[in-house]
Structure formats: structure tokens, C-alpha cells
Design a binder for this molecule. Structure first.
Ligand SMILES: NC(=O)c1ccc[n+]([C@@H]2O[C@H](COP(=O)([O-])OP(=O)(O)OC[C@H]3O[C@@H](n4cnc5c(N)ncnc54)[C@H](OP(=O)(O)O)[C@@H]3O)[C@@H](O)[C@H]2O)c1
Length: 256
């Protein structure tokens, strides 16, 4: 039985990077809050399994296999959402890649391009098509982009990653200013260390997880759903006067 009073009831929401980690957590959280979710990533199997799981819980969910680096694929994705559901109410642009830790002078152009193409161009591609669809829909909308604490402060996780996540905040602020007159809110979340496929490898090195716990006042890393809850709130009408903001979901990491 779906709750008509739930925070995202009746909303059509697109989630990128939904095949694992924060995006998969978001699929569950958004669906729990009543949204109809359209999940995307490049790997089909985890998307298909997640949709089956959500449908088994009574949620409305579907998936599309999309590479956010391709403007054409993203255009077709957003068109298909509007074709199937009549409109797009909200989008969580969360797809992203990390980088093996390395000092800047040892990185090559490929590392730079790989991170920028997904983390910045991917968000750029998604936002432009989503904004067009929301403007055409005429009822406003909400967009949330996944930045990182690395978009607010630097650390030695790889300079291109830090630059890419700062750029996501820049794109978010610019869009918030430009599209407020259309009733479209645009915000970012800045997760701290969160358990996901991206971080799983790091924690195989002995002592890394313990050190990670000490990196924030709350002395632990986040679970994906904790981050997803912040994105869901920003997508909901409860955040109706919040736009252009970056919400740190980092256990106090950036307050230190
Ligand atoms: N985990 C953390 O500690 C942390 C902290 C701060 C920010 N973040 C950010 O949170 C977001 C989610 O990451 P995560 O931690 O949940 O890691 P994750 O489990 O590796 O998830 C990354 C997601 O992005 C998708 N993706 C990557 N490249 C893509 C592409 N070109 N086109 C479409 N989808 C693509 C992946 O799916 P496919 O491989 O199936 O395409 C996957 O679903 C990223 O933007 C990341 O930078 C993570």
C-alpha cells in the first residue's frame, strides 16, 4: 500500500549511478518515500535486480542502461522518461568515478580526462536535458548533484577528483541562479566517506577503515542510505526554499 502523504509521493525521479553504492541506496530511499524511480547506470544486471526488488515491495521502478558521458544517450534517457511518465519532477545526478590515490605530478592526461568526463561532463549532460524537460513540463522541479567533501576542501585523493567535485558545486550554483525563475531548485550534496563499491577497495588495506573512522567527528563512515536521505529531502517539497546549496553529509568532517 503506497502512502499518498509520503514526502516524494507521485514524483517521477531519475537517479543516475543507481547500480551500486549511494545511487542504489537512493533508489530504495526514494521509492520508500513514494517516488516512481527511473534508475540508470552502465551495468544492466544490478539495475534489473534492484528494479525487481523494488517492484516486489510495491514500488514503481524501471531502469535504462546509460553512460552519462554520452550527451546523446542522456538526451534519449530524459526523452524516454517524459514519454513514459509525462514529466520529470526530480533528478539525482549521482554517477561518478574515483581515482587511485596519486600525487598530481605522477598523473597523466588519461586520469584527468576519465574523472572529468564522468564527474563533470556527466552532470553537465544530465542537467541540461533535465532542465529542458522541467521547463517544458512547466511545473518546476528539483535537481540534486552529488559532489563530495572533496568539492569543499582538498585532500590527497587525487587532484582531478577534487577539481571535478568543485566543478559540480559550480554547475549547481550557476543552474540554481539561472533556473529559479522556472521554479526549478538545484542543490548538491557533499558526502564524506561512504561505504560503496568506490571505497570497498580502499578498506581492504589493513588499518584504512580505522583511519577513515578517525577522519570525522562522528568517528565512522556513512552508509549509502544516510547520504541518500539528504538527497531525497532536497528533492522533496519540504526543501522548497533551498536552492544553490551544498549540503555536507559527512559526520562533521568539514566542520573540523
Ligand atoms: N563513497 C564515498 O565515500 C563518496 C564520497 C563523496 C562522494 N561520492 C560520490 O558519490 C557518487 C556515488 O559513488 P559511490 O560512492 O556510490 O560509488 P559506486 O558504488 O562506485 O557508484 C558509482 C555509480 O556511478 C555509476 N557510473 C560510473 N560511471 C558512469 C558512467 N560513465 N555512466 C553512468 N553511470 C556511471 C556506476 O555504475 P556503472 O559502473 O554500472 O555505470 C555506479 O552506479 C559519486 O559521484 C562519488 O564521486 C562518494
Amino acid at each position: 500500500m503506497r502512502d499518498a502523504q509520503a514526502a516524494l509521493a507521485g514524483k517521477i525521479v531519475l537517479i543516475t549511478g543507481a547500480s551500486s553504492g549511494i545511487g542504489a541506496g537512493a533508489a530504495q530511499v526514494f521509492a520508500d518515500q513514494g517516488a516512481t524511480v527511473v534508475l540508470t547506470a552502465r551495468r544492466e544486471k544490478p539495475l534489473r535486480d534492484l528494479v525487481a526488488e523494488l517492484e516486489g515491495q510495491g514500488a514503481e521502478a524501471s531502469y535504462r542502461v546509460v553512460d552519462v558521458r554520452s550527451d546523446d544517450e542522456v538526451r534519449r534517457l530524459v526523452e524516454s522518461v517524459v514519454e513514459c511518465h509525462g514529466r520529470l519532477d526530480a533528478a539525482f545526478n549521482n554517477a561518478g568515478v574515483g581515482l587511485a590515490r596519486s600525487p598530481m605530478h605522477l598523473l597523466d592526461d588519461d586520469a584527468y580526462d576519465m574523472v572529468m568526463e564522468t564527474n563533470v561532463r556527466g552532470v553537465w549532460n544530465c542537467m541540461r536535458h533535465e532542465l529542458r524537460a522541467m521547463i517544458a513540463g512547466g511545473t518546476g522541479g528539483a535537481i540534486v548533484n552529488t559532489s563530495s567533501v572533496g568539492g569543499m576542501v582538498a585532500s590527497s585523493v587525487g587532484a582531478p577528483y577534487i577539481a571535478s567535485k568543485h566543478a559540480v558545486i559550480g554547475l549547481t550554483k550557476a543552474a540554481a541562479v539561472e533556473y529559479a525563475e522556472h521554479g526549478i531548485r538545484v542543490n548538491a550534496i557533499a558526502p564524506g566517506l561512504t561505504r560503496s563499491e568506490m571505497t570497498d577497495d580502499w578498506f581492504t588495506v589493513p588499518g584504512t577503515e580505522q583511519r577513515a573512522h578517525r577522519s570525522a567527528p562522528q568517528q565512522r563512515i556513512a552508509e549509502a542510505v544516510e547520504v541518500a536521505e539528504a538527497a531525497a529531502w532536497l528533492c522533496s517539497d519540504k526543501a522548497s526554499f533551498v536552492t544553490g546549496a551544498t549540503l555536507a553529509v559527512d559526520g562533521g568532517r568539514t566542520a573540523w
